[in-house]
Design a protein around this ligand. Structure first.
Ligand code: PMP
Length: 437
């Protein structure tokens, strides 16, 4: 229907057909199946810098960046070389290695919000462990989460709001016992009244409040510093631990993540994605005192065969060393700001109902005329039809966004001026098509 001819997806389609016989939906993580956009999922063969190539040889400027971990872009030479060097000595021992110390030191020396860490293998695992720690430490059972925040697929958090201001959660996945969801309270973001009410209703029962301080899994629902500050205070007043889930925002928005940006100290922090340089690493951290509850020092059990895996540690060390270079985050944010502002100018000049929300090196394309969106329920589901068209047009123009309109885009240090100019032109053309056909 539009502009450019569709790119060839023959090989991807073939691989997808095979994959469907092996995996549910043909994938090992649901969003990859392209269910909410047009076309066959692209099977990726190679990545280099800001570019990826699919099985049919199509080349894309990539703004998904493996959903966030690749802040240096694909196949970064420093990360690759460190990984290869470490691999020469074997890949896993299930015993302590100096590399775990090295990554921990790098983090603890440059992040004042954590004193002690535990490495795990995914963001989900980090969050699951943080919740258990909060419950073990406070000897309370309930947790409070926010509608529109995603914290991985741990049972307690696959819960969405029911109806009403403060609700017991309803499970958002089959297989989560109702009894688990009953321990999870769900409230809207950016709603101080709902929080107060929840703390009144469940006085002395809430072990932890968990939030993505920069909610980036349901659009980019930027919260105010005042709101996050309020959250900090109400938790302190109630003996409830505040958990910042910084699996996305950690090392992305600055080395100290959102905690550093807002200068708010949560009780427990969770990390993932960037911390592993593209290999599977998650992490949770807290004060010396709270971490003292984790086994073998304390009664909260948590372990892992591949936790602190040397190859994954090596990738993390190499990547975090790079982001610590002077000016790294400033340059990345400036580049992103220039990119997103020019897209916004283009859309506004044409009166398109389109808004680019952005912070640091993250952005979200929203088909809306609202100036701010701070709650999940403020997103019009019908607007996703427009994203669907845009996504397709961008694929045909060599620009790869994550295949869902609820996902944010990421810019890496490997994205060049030329890449961003090219991407902008593709975005302009796609917007014209979305709004004029
Ligand atoms: N927390 C947040 C904020 C996330 O964005 C994600 C994944 N996108 C997770 C937890 C889960 O991490 P993982 O996919 O590594 O299990």
């Amino acid at each position: 229907t539009t502009g450019k001819p569709n790119i060839s997806r023959e090989k991807s389609a073939e691989l997808y057909a095979k994959a469907k016989t092996y995996f549910p939906g043909g994938v090992n993580s649901p969003v990859r199946a392209f269910k909410s956009v047009y076309g066959t999922p692209l099977f990726i063969e190679k990545g280099d810098g800001s570019h990826i190539w699919d099985a049919d040889g199509n080349e894309f400027i990539d703004f998904c960046c493996s959903w966030g971990p690749l802040i240096l872009g694909h196949n970064n030479a420093k990360v690759r070389e460190r990984v290869i060097e470490v691999m020469q000595n074997g890949m896993s021992f299930g015993a302590p290695t100096a590399l775990e110390n090295e990554l921990a030191e790098l983090i603890l020396k440059n992040n004042k919000f954590v004193e002690k860490l535990r490495f795990v293998s995914s963001g989900t695992e980090a969050v699951m462990s943080a919740i258990r720690l909060a419950r073990g430490y406070t000897k309370r059972d309930k947790i409070l989460k926010f509608e529109g925040c995603y914290h991985g697929h741990t049972d307690a958090l696959l819960v969405k709001a029911g109806s009403g201001l403060v609700t017991f959660g309803e499970t958002s996945s089959a297989g989560v016992p109702k009894a688990f969801a009953d321990e999870t309270i769900v409230v809207s973001l950016n709603d101080t009244e709902a929080l107060k009410k929840a703390f009144e209703e469940f006085k002395d029962q809430i072990a932890a409040v968990i939030i993505e301080p920069i909610p980036a899994n349901n659009g980019l629902l930027l919260q105010s510093k005042e709101y996050l500050q309020f959250l900090r205070e109400i938790c302190t007043q109630n003996g409830t631990l505040l958990i910042f889930d910084e699996v996305i925002s950690g090392f992305r928005i600055g080395f100290e993540g959102a905690a550093g940006l807002y200068q708010i100290k949560p009780d427990i922090l969770t990390y993932g994605k960037i911390i592993g340089g593209g290999l599977p690493v998650g992490c949770y951290g807290s004060s010396d005192e709270i971490m003292g509850s984790v086994s073998p020092d304390g009664p909260v059990y948590q372990g892992g065969t591949l936790s602190g895996n040397p190859v994954a540690m090596a990738a993390g060390i190499a990547q975090l060393t790079e982001v610590l270079r002077m000016g790294f985050y400033r340059d990345l944010a400036n580049k992103t700001e220039e990119f997103t502002a020019s897209i916004q100018r283009f859309a506004s000049a044409r009166s398109y109902k389109f808004k680019v929300f952005t912070i640091g090196s993250m952005f979200w394309f929203a088909f809306t005329d609202k100036e701010t969106i701070t709650k999940a329920e403020e997103i019009d589901p019908a607007s996703m039809d427009k994203f669907k068209v845009m996504h397709h047009e961008l694929i045909n123009r060599g620009v790869y966004l994550g295949p869902s309109g609820y996902e944010v885009g990421f810019i890496s240090s490997a994205h060049t001026k030329v890449d961003l100019e090219r991407a902008k032109r593709a975005i302009f053309d796609s917007l014209d098509l979305v709004f004029n056909t």
